[in-house]
Design a protein. Structure first.
Ligand code: FRU
Length: 544
């Protein structure tokens, strides 16, 4: 085209030639540009389709498209989007120099993957932390009209660690005026230096309205430190909590502090989450909680013993969303365990997040409980609702067959708490769940559930959870299976177990045994769950 323009057979004057040149170039650019864009979109779609069909890829849980992920970070709701940042190593499927990966969602079920948000710099790798919306522009990073999203995270300086120093973790901040898409690191970093505490990390920041201050919870090995700041840049230490209470079998990590109100009594308390590795009830990593009071300066609790948010082996480093109404406390955890996280048998990606869960507080004769249950938006994925619920009489059994168990939701009610469930397949894989009402014990046995040999800690023992049995009470049981995970919720989320599983092929049989002599299991249904990736397929552009 360009050659033609310079061809002598054209009798245009110079000006016309120049105009035609620009016009043709514009047409060409538009054409070529559109073509490139179209091809790229198709490529991306192809990739999306391939990556969500890999073996063990969850169909309704968040996973990174590729490579390694651990803790959820910077959970913040802003302008209609739930942002999920996460510990990410973009170059391998095992842990490495940490970045913050980024995704966002309207319902916390369908996620949109976005470019990496934070990269390591000369102060270190970007470890876990949180994000807030600075509505009143206390930091001066944004304005009241366009407030900054401010991330606070831990810098981990590898050189310092390698040199055997104990001050290699410091706290830094970065801000975004583009809804988390672009970030600027604060020139005054680090905002909290380290005076010699080896494990000094994972800041969780929130706005405390009564004192009109930013409050931060930060872990320091075996306790939580609380700080306050008027502007997110200058921080003063206020108080410490936890040296003498709770579980101390490992290092404390990823704290979170927030208020909750007991729906029955109307009592408002504060919950403090603390993850710990190792030392969880069933081995390796786990998350404990404390219920107490917080006056803006100090957290106090009468609780001495450890209470666990989840008795499963695979719910770690979970924290809650900032910038939501107080009654909507939403939690997401990393669905793995440091014991074997690097070795799980997935290929191009590693690790998923738990389902998003709503937290609530309940008080009974035994004290305060932090309950967690999947969000209502997860229920929208139930792909078929016209099922006839089953009843299983005392001492009777039922065998169900089908192909939906590994991407399904099973539900039933039991008044006696004596039952046994067995998921199995033709490869002689068995996943066994049992509840014994006489001892108040729920057991999950994945020793023969499929692939277990990738790490000695994965399938070496049964995992148990204590249940308080109240005579005459009907317990609801919900089981969410998604290819390589099972999440068990009993009694409205008072008792929870989250576990990874790697069956050789999907389970296609479920035996339900009612082990009780007196009462029936009722309302048993197994619902197939939709894949969140089907939407991506449907949006596929048509080639012409
Ligand atoms: C928890 C944790 C955090 C740390 C991050 C590093 O899983 O160890 O304490 O910030 O992971 O990736």
């Amino acid at each position: 085209m360009r050659q033609n323009l310079h061809c002598d057979s054209f009798s245009f004057n110079q000006a016309s030639k120049i105009w035609l040149f620009f016009w043709l170039c514009a047409v060409q650019c538009l054409f070529v540009g559109c073509q490139t864009k179209k091809t790229k979109t198709l490529e991306v779609m192809e990739e999306e389709q391939a990556w969500h069909e890999e073996p063990y890829r969850p169909q309704y849980h968040f996973t990174p498209q590729q490579n390694w992920m651990n803790d959820p970070n910077g959970l913040v709701f802003y302008r209609g989007w739930y942002h999920l940042f996460y510990q990410y190593y973009p170059d391998d499927t095992v842990w490495g120099p940490m970045h913050w990966g980024h995704a966002r969602s309207k319902d916390m079920v369908h996620w949109e993957h976005l470019p990496i948000a934070l990269y390591p710099d000369e102060l270190g790798l970007i470890f876990s932390g949180s994000a807030v919306i600075d509505q009143q522009n206390t930091s001066g990073f944004g304005s009241v009209e366009n407030p900054a999203m401010v991330a606070m995270y831990t810098y981990h300086l590898m050189e310092g660690e390698k040199a055997g120093r104990d001050d290699f973790q410091t706290q830094g901040i970065a801000y975004s005026l583009g809804e988390g898409a672009t970030w600027t690191k604060y020139a005054g970093n680090p905002v909290i230096a380290n005076e010699g505490i080896k494990d000094f990390r994972d800041p969780k920041v929130f706005w405390h309205e009564p004192t009109k201050m930013w409050v931060m919870a930060l872990v320091a090995g075996d306790h939580v430190k609380f700080y306050e700041s008027p502007n997110l840049k200058e921080w003063s230490h206020m108080s410490d909590f936890g040296k003498e209470v709770g579980a101390h079998g490992g290092v404390w990590e990823c704290p979170d502090l927030f208020p909750l109100t007991d729906a029955k009594s109307g009592e408002r308390k504060w919950a403090l989450l603390v993850s710990m590795n190792p030392g969880a009830p069933n081995g390796g990593s786990g998350t404990q909680y404390f219920i107490g009071d917080f006056d803006g300066k100090e957290f106090v609790s009468a609780q001495i013993e450890a209470k666990w948010l989840d008795y499963g082996t695979d719910n770690y480093a979970g924290v809650t969303y900032n910038n939501l109404p107080e009654a909507e406390r939403v939690f997401i955890g990393w669905m793995s365990n440091w014991d074997y996280a690097r070795d799980t048998p997935t290929e191009s990606w590693r690790s998923a997040m738990t389902l998003p869960r709503k937290l609530s507080l309940e008080k009974d004769e035994a004290g305060y409980w932090l309950k967690n249950l999947p969000l209502a938006s997860v229920e929208n994925l139930i792909a078929k609702t016209d099922m006839n619920p089953e009843t299983i009489q005392p001492k009777d059994s039922l065998t169900l067959t089908g192909k939906d168990f590994n991407q399904g939701l099973g539900r039933f009610q039991t008044a006696t708490q004596n039952f046994r469930l067995e998921f199995s397949n033709g490869k002689k894989n068995f996943l066994i769940l049992e509840m014994d009402g006489s001892t108040g014990t729920f057991t999950l046995d994945r020793r023969a559930s499929g692939k277990i040999g990738f790490h000695p800690e994965f399938g070496n023992k049964e995992h148990t959870m204590p249940i308080r049995i109240t005579k005459g009470q009907v317990y609801d049981v919900s089981l969410y299976l998604d290819k390589s995970s099972i999440e068990v919720f009993i009694d409205g989320g008072k008792y929870v177990m989250t576990q990874q599983i790697f069956p050789d092929v999907d389970y296609d049989q479920l035996e339900v045994h009612n082990l009780d002599k007196v009462s029936a299991i009722t309302d048993l249904s197994v619902y197939p769950m939709a894949s969140v990736w089907i939407d991506a397929k449907e949006k596929r552009p048509v080639e012409n």
